[in-house]
Write a protein that binds this ligand. Structure first.
Ligand code: GDG
Length: 445
């Protein structure tokens, strides 16, 4: 078997290489460890002379990490402006937030060409290449143009919108033509697959698209949660709640995650069900991200204001309705906090998958499990019908679901949790990578 070449915008930071911490790194951990692999991408560093600097390689176990720096211009135009200011809102159906310029679009193609130019010399004939995510849509075709003949796969971690939305992107045809250079394209859900196939069909392009939902490592995460729940860090937080029920939300600070809507749903719970005042705490852990994009800065201001308003209106000298942090907490503490929570309140407006929903389920105590309140617009929703599914725009509906979760008897909670845990255990990070790579390697070259 040839090597596995993983290409993603960022490679895992050195600390994440043995302790994968979420999303992509967890998903690919087993796949890269169990065969000779190369993981290629941006180092996370910026410098003016980046294009003159060589690709740096370092090996850990079976994996060589090959990384390069970006110029500040590439970071701004390719990463912030085009990838996160055009493609991200487009794929999350937020067309009003798109800020398109032709210069950014060209910088996106130039940056992809740098990926291609730097990767090609590292490749061998029988390598299997697996490209990840929206930063690198055109890369497969660029590799083909440079003579790469081996198998190339692509996985899109975020949703793909229908033709009626996608066609707003100037040069959509060019983007899809680049993507069609792959032998196989994986997306998260059947809906995304249908949308992407529809867009290819509009341009008469041929591509193999398949829905392969990403998972987590439930056994490892569950173990972490069990160990962490009895640590001093988590016990201190539990003690500070003095008998209050705990609702938890965990998300990067991103407008796709439906955070203001979630706050309004919780506010509605306090308004419509006054018996919960002083009896619940909503803990929202929200590390800031992409602060270089204006819409993210505006969202943070909105959220800061909303949390203050709700806490001011409903709080009392001895009770804060919402505890809210905008910095990351350690993965261990996070796992323990999921476990001691009564409700996982995870309500994105759109999400490729949402691994937090799966982590929350994996972390629960099987004898007394918490309840998952989940947006029906998370990619995880079709796999998790036993969650209490909500529409995040419907504040009353969200409040009713929170109330249902907080009053659910233990037998009903246990039945729902068992079914959900079964699903999370069947469809893991490892099986996701294996399924995709098996079908890629069975495809034509
Ligand atoms: C993209 C797609 C898709 C969050 N806060 C903290 C923290 N996290 C961890 C979570 C989870 C990960 O980050 C987030 O994963 P999600 O899947 O929820 O969301 P995105 O970051 O938007 O990921 C998404 C995913 O790719 C994989 O394909 O599911 O739809 O948008 O693991 O636990 N971890 C720590 N501290 C935090 O404060 N340690």
């Amino acid at each position: 078997m040839g090597r596995l070449i993983v290409v993603s915008n960022r490679t895992p930071a050195p600390g994440e290489r043995t302790q994968p911490a979420g999303g992509l790194t967890v998903g690919l951990y087993d796949a890269v460890q169990t065969r000779d692999s190369l993981w290629f991408g941006w180092s996370g560093e910026q410098c003016e002379d980046a294009l003159d600097r060589p690709v740096m390689e370092d090996r850990a176990g079976n994996v060589t990490y090959a990384t390069f720096d970006m110029t500040p211009r590439q970071y701004d135009r390719f990463y912030l402006n085009f990838s996160n200011g055009v493609l991200w809102p487009l794929c999350h159906y937020r067309t009003q937030l798109i800020r398109y310029t032709r210069e950014d679009c060209e910088a996106y193609y130039e940056a992809n060409a740098v990926f291609a130019d730097r990767l090609v010399p590292l490749l061998k004939e029988d390598d299997t290449i697996w490209i990840h995510d929206y930063h690198l849509f055109p890369l497969a075709e660029m590799l083909r143009d440079r003579g790469v003949k081996g198998r190339i796969g692509f996985f899109l971690h975020i949703p793909f919108p229908p033709w009626s939305v996608a066609r707003l992107l100037p040069q959509l045809q060019r983007l899809l033509k680049g993507l069609a250079g792959c032998d196989r394209i994986g997306v998260q859900t059947p809906e995304d697959a249908q949308n992407l196939r529809g867009c290819f069909a509009e341009y008469g392009l041929k591509a193999e698209v398949e829905a392969v939902p990403i998972g987590i490592d439930p056994i490892r995460f569950r173990q972490q949660a069990i160990e962490s729940a009895s640590t001093e860090d988590v016990e201190q937080i539990v003690d500070s709640l003095v008998g209050k029920r705990l609702i938890i939300g965990v998300d990067r600070l991103d407008y796709s995650k439906g955070l203001p809507e979630r706050m309004r749903g919780y506010e509605m719970l306090l308004k419509n069900y006054p018996e919960y005042r002083g009896k619940v705490t909503f803990l929202q852990i929200t590390p800031v991200s992409r602060t270089g994009v204006e819409s993210y800065r505006l969202l943070k201001e909105e959220l800061d204001g909303l949390v203050g308003t709700i806490n001011g209106a409903y709080g009392t000298p001895d009770w804060v309705p919402i505890r809210y942090t905008t910095w990351p907490i350690s993965r261990n503490v996070l796992a323990g906090l999921y476990r001691v929570s009564d409700v996982g309140y995870i309500t994105p407006l759109r999400d490729g998958m949402n691994l937090v929903a799966k982590e929350f389920i994996a972390a629960q105590d099987s004898k007394d499990p918490g309840v998952l309140v989940l947006s029906r617009f998370a990619g995880a929703a079709p796999e998790m019908p036993e969650a209490l599914q909500v529409n995040p725009l419907d504040a009353e509906g969200m409040a009713d679901a929170l109330h249902a979760a907080l009053t659910m008897d233990v037998q009903t909670r246990h039945e729902a949790w068992s079914a959900l845990y079964g699903e999370v255990s069947r469809n893991t990070a490892g099986s996701w990578a294996k399924q995709f790579l098996d079908s890629l390697e069975a495809s034509r070259t």
